[in-house]
Design a binder for this molecule. Sequence first.
Ligand SMILES: [Zn+2]
Length: 214
Amino acid sequence: MSPVAIVWPCPLAVDAYVAAGRDVGFPRPSCPSCAGPLVFWSGYRRYVRAAGRSRKIFVPRLRCAPCGASHALLPAFTLAWRLDTAETVGVVVTQVAGGACGVRPAAERAGVPYTTARGWVRRFRAHGRELGVAFAALAVELGGAAVTPPAGAGRFALTAIGAAFAAAAGLPGWRRLGAWRFASAVTGGRLIAANTVSPWFVVGRRRFMPPIPP
Ligand SMILES: [Zn+2]
């Protein structure tokens, strides 16, 4: 069975996470597949690029005895299968999809290759409507304001992520994470994944399954 990423709302700076190694205070969530108990079971190292510098981080694996699934426990500053942090990606898509500037200046400021940044923005816009609907539903679920979709899928997604985060920030622990770690955590790191965004939105111990348009 292939591992599924669980993204936990890690508040640590990347350097602090690197320095802590295996001694990060990892949470132990229940199995997202069957809600069974998970046990720590090895782990692996992967690269993360933050502020133009790549570092290796330790990612624990959790295994579920009842259903046999194994899950990688990613910190929320990462996105699944992406070298760059959620914040780096978030800043670029905010600037470009929000209309502040084109891809090239945003990529230069973020210290990432132009083609990489262009790929993020394309993916974000391609899934903008789904993301917008999902985050708008989450905002309401969390007691926030209803989102009036602005024109453009990318802007809709940005507005809805902002509304959902504003609502989540009223709950314990979320404000200090920032909008992009929040977005990574609730999408299971799949904010700009090749497949559509995971329907499983997880906030704390609660699980949200927002409607996804056909
Ligand atoms: Zn399980």
